[in-house]
Design a protein around this ligand. Structure first.
Ligand SMILES: C[S@@+](CC[C@H](N)C(=O)[O-])C[C@H]1O[C@@H](n2cnc3c(N)ncnc32)[C@H](O)[C@@H]1O
Length: 384
C-alpha cells in the first residue's frame, strides 16, 4: 500500500486526483493529512498536485518503545537498502500541532537535522497550542533515530557509513527510509529503494514529510515572496547574477525582491508600482501595463508570474511563452476558485508537459487556494 502525505486541508482533493488517475484511494480511517492507495502493479506513479510526500509500499508499525521503533526501522533497512549504496532517513511526527520551521533570509536547512529541529525552534514549538505534543513527537523521533544509529554502530557499521544527511536532489543510487509516527506507538515505515526517489522526484521530496520550512524575510514587501523561494528550493536552482527575470503581476514586489536579492536583472510588469525602494533599484525596470499582452524584447532566463487570473488563462500565457522559446525557467501560480478549476489541472499538466521538462505542478507549503507550475522549457536545461 502507498501512503501519501497531502497538502494541508487537501485530503479530499488528493483522493479525487488519485481516483482521476485510476487509483483506488481513501482517507477514511486515517489521521487528517494521510491518504492511502493501492500500490500500482507497475510501480509507476503519476505526478500529483496535492501530494506532499509519497511513502511507497508503507507498512503499519505498532511499537510501544523507542527501541522497538528503532528495531522496526532496522529490519526494514536490512531488507530494502541495497548493500554498499547510500541512503537517507526521514523520520517525523504526524501528531500534535507542528510549529513552523523557517527558511529564506534566515535559512533553517543548516540546523534542520533529520528527525529533530534546532533547540530554539523546539522551544518555540513548546509554546504553541498543541506544541507540547509536537515537541514530544520531535523528541521521540530524535531518540528513535539515536537508538537506530547505536544499533547500526554495533551491528551494521557498513550501513551507517552510507547514511547521508542532505536535502540535495536525489542521486541515482540513493534509497530513502521514511518513518512517520501518527502516535507515539503507531505509524508507518516505507523504503524507497534506489532509483525510486529520483524517478518519483515530484512525489518524493528530500525534506521530512515533503514539507519545506516556511520562508521568513522581514525585509520583503509581501508574504508572497515565500512562494517563489519555495519553488526555487524545490527546483534545486534559482536565478543568479546577470540573469534576466520577467516578473508579471509584480506589485508590491515580493518576487522581484527575491530575484534582485539573487543578483538578477528584473523587468517587472504590473498596473501598480512596486514598493519605492524596488522602483529605485537600478537593476529593475518597471513597466506599467497588462501582464498578458507584455512581450519581452530580449531573451528571458526566468519568467515568474503571480497574476490573479483564471488558471487556464495563466496556463495559456505560460504555454505561449514556452512555445516562443525565448524563455528558459518559469514559476507561475495558478489560482483555484473551485472544483472546476481543480478538475482542469490534469489537462493543464498535459499541455505544459509537451513543452516543459522538468515540470512540477504542485500545491506548495506557501500556496493558499492555488497551485504553482514551475520548471524549465523542454531542452533548455541541457543548453543552459
Ligand atoms: C498576488 S499579487 C502579486 C504579488 C507579488 N508576486 C509579490 O510578490 O508581491 C497580484 C498582482 O497582479 C497584478 N495584476 C492583476 N492582473 C494584472 C494584469 N492583467 N496585468 C498586470 N498586473 C496584473 C495586481 O495588480 C497585483 O499587483
Amino acid at each position: 500500500m502507498d501512503l501519501f502525505i497531502s497538502a494541508e486541508g487537501d485530503d479530499a482533493d488528493l483522493v479525487a486526483e488519485l481516483r482521476q488517475g485510476g487509483i483506488t484511494a481513501r482517507d477514511s480511517g486515517l489521521p487528517a493529512g494521510l491518504v492511502a492507495a493501492d500500490s500500482p502493479p507497475s510501480g509507476g506513479r503519476g505526478p500529483l498536485c496535492f501530494c506532499r510526500q509519497l511513502l511507497p509500499d508503507a507498512r503499519l508499525v505498532c511499537a510501544d518503545s523507542v527501541n522497538r521503533w528503532a528495531q522496526a526501522l532496522l529490519e526494514a533497512i536490512l531488507v530494502g537498502v541495497p548493500e554498499g549504496k547510500p541512503w537517507r532517513l526521514h523520520l517525523w511526527p504526524h501528531y500534535g500541532a507542528v510549529a513552523p520551521r523557517t527558511v529564506g533570509a534566515r535559512r533553517a536547512f543548516g540546523t534542520h537535522v533529520l528527525g529533530h529541529r534546532s533547540p530554539k525552534l523546539e522551544d518555540r514549538a513548546g509554546q504553541t497550542p498543541g506544541g507540547v505534543a509536537a515537541t514530544a513527537g520531535m523528541n521521540r523521533c530524535r531518540w528513535i533515530r539515536e537508538a537506530l544509529v547505536e544499533g547500526l554502530k554495533e551491528r551494521r557499521r557498513h550501513l551507517l557509513r552510507q547514511l547521508r544527511e542532505s536535502t540535495e536532489p536525489w542521486g541515482q543510487e540513493e534509497s530513502l527510509v521514511q518513518g512517520v509516527l501518527t502516535a507515539p506507538d503507531r505509524g508507518w515505515v516505507s523504503i524507497a529503494s534506489a532509483p525510486v526517489p529520483v524517478r518519483c522526484r515530484d512525489l518524493i521530496w528530500p525534506w521530512d514529510g515533503g514539507s519545506i520550512p516556511v520562508a521568513e524575510d522581514r525585509s520583503a514587501p509581501s508574504r508572497a515572496f515565500a512562494k517563489l523561494t519555495e519553488a526555487l528550493e524545490r527546483l534545486g536552482r534559482g536565478m543568479g547574477p546577470g540573469d534576466h527575470c520577467v516578473d508579471l503581476g509584480a506589485s508590491p514586489g515580493g518576487w522581484s525582491h527575491v530575484a534582485l536579492g539573487r543578483g538578477a536583472r528584473v523587468t517587472a510588469v504590473d498596473r501598480s508600482p512596486l514598493r519605492d525602494d524596488l522602483m529605485r533599484d537600478p537593476r529593475l525596470e518597471f513597466i506599467r501595463g497588462d501582464a498578458f499582452s507584455f512581450r519581452p524584447d530580449r531573451p528571458v532566463d526566468w519568467l515568474v508570474c503571480d497574476v490573479i487570473a483564471a488558471p487556464e488563462r495563466s496556463a495559456a500565457m505560460l504555454l505561449e511563452w514556452l512555445e516562443r522559446s525565448d524563455t528558459q525557467w518559469f514559476v507561475v501560480t495558478l489560482k483555484l476558485k473551485g472544483e472546476e478549476d481543480r478538475a482542469r489541472l490534469a489537462g493543464i499538466r498535459r499541455d505544459l508537459a509537451r513543452v516543459a521538462d522538468p515540470l512540477f505542478l504542485l500545491r506548495l507549503n506557501a500556496n493558499k487556494g492555488e497551485v504553482t507550475a514551475f520548471g524549465c522549457r523542454r531542452g533548455a536545461e541541457a543548453s543552459g
